[in-house]
Design a protein around this ligand. Structure first.
Ligand code: CP
Ligand code: NVA
Length: 318
């Protein structure tokens, strides 16, 4: 685990991408527009290399398939370069502070993406780095995934406002980012989780304020059927997140009534889409029938990580 030494001083005015809640609806729309343009260029085979000569450092304290590969491929496609930096191999693994690491890396790189445990580690890194910092997942949130998911929903449904998302499962990092994204973009959001696995209260309160401003509903319940009722989107994530492996067995018991299966999906709209940030565990949070079924858009989502993150990279690093 990385030990953060606090400094409260913000060094430069650079832009970070730490949480969905930090951005306005218009700024999110701008990211989505840019992502669509960048995606279209790739589909047309048109080179687009605005980040030529730029280097992104990618610090990983947890495993990753999508985040690592999409950021690395994305930087390359934008004309730049990405460095994979395992926290085990950096001196932070031997006690160098995250603040010093931020200052040093700022002298070599043009941006840093980090996947870590404590959200505070990300914040200290961002405060001390003179270059943009991107959140590649913390225990608190996963904003890159949520932005890519908004892109997927918009592409498939043609709109965001007025839709309903039902999130069934743990009140975790994914739930927090989706809740913020939905509240911001006018999507009704219903979360069903077992008692004891509710999302962070402070984040629920601030998302609820945003939802009220936009006239959308934000509901936290322990009843999956009511959450899924008339949903346009059913969203799923693992029951045991990275770092919680010791709780796996007890979580399997606590979450057993929160599986997304054909019975539950009957309550959604006929044309609902099934989403999952992946990796998925068939037979746990959702059945194989649902994960691989005709409503599932999980690989479309995975692809959009690439396009959405390229938009973030261009906006922050150009
Ligand atoms: N969804 C997601 O972030 O996947 P990885 O853990 O593989 O990066
Ligand atoms: N909640 C999951 C998301 C993985 C992308 C985790 O943190 O492991």
């Amino acid at each position: 685990m990385i030990h953060a030494a606090r400094t409260d001083e913000k060094i430069t005015d650079k832009k970070d991408f730490l949480a969905i809640a930090d951005f306005s609806a218009d700024e999110i729309k701008d990211f989505l527009e840019l992502a669509k343009k960048i995606k279209a260029k790739r589909v047309m085979g048109e080179p687009y290399t605005p980040l030529a000569g730029k280097t992104l450092g990618m610090i990983f304290e947890k495993p990753s398939t999508r985040t690592r590969v999409s950021f690395e491929a994305g930087m390359l496609q934008l004309g730049g370069h990405a460095l994979f930096l395992s926290s085990q191999d950096l001196q932070i693994g031997r006690g160098e502070t995250i603040a010093d690491t931020a200052r040093v890396l700022s002298r070599y790189l043009d941006g840093i993406m980090i996947r870590t445990f404590n959200h505070e580690t990300l914040e200290v890194l961002a405060k001390n780095a003179e270059i943009p910092v991107i959140n590649g997942l913390t225990d608190l949130n996963h904003p890159c995934q949520a932005l890519a998911d908004l892109l997927t929903i918009h592409e498939i449904k043609g709109e965001l406002e007025g839709l309903k998302m039902a999130y069934i499962g743990d009140g975790n990092n994914m739930a927090h980012s989706l809740m913020a994204a939905c509240a911001k973009m006018g999507i009704h959001f219903s979360l069903a989780c077992p008692k004891g696995y509710k999302p962070n209260e402070e984040l629920v309160l601030s998302a609820a304020k945003e939802a009220a401003k936009n006239g959308t509903e934000l509901v936290v319940t322990d009843d999956p059927v009511s959450a899924v009722k008339d949903a346009d989107i059913i969203y799923s994530d693992v029951w045991t997140s990275m770092g919680q492996e010791e709780e796996n067995e007890i979580r399997l018991k606590h979450f057993k009534d929160f599986q997304i299966n054909q019975d539950l999906t009957q309550h959604a709209k006929k044309d609902y889409i099934f989403m999952h940030c992946l990796p998925a565990h068939r037979g746990e949070e959702a059945t194989a029938e649902v994960i691989d079924g005709e409503h599932s858009v999980i690989f479309h989502q995975a692809e959009n990580r690439l396009h959405a993150q390229k938009a973030i990279l261009v906006d922050l690093l150009k």
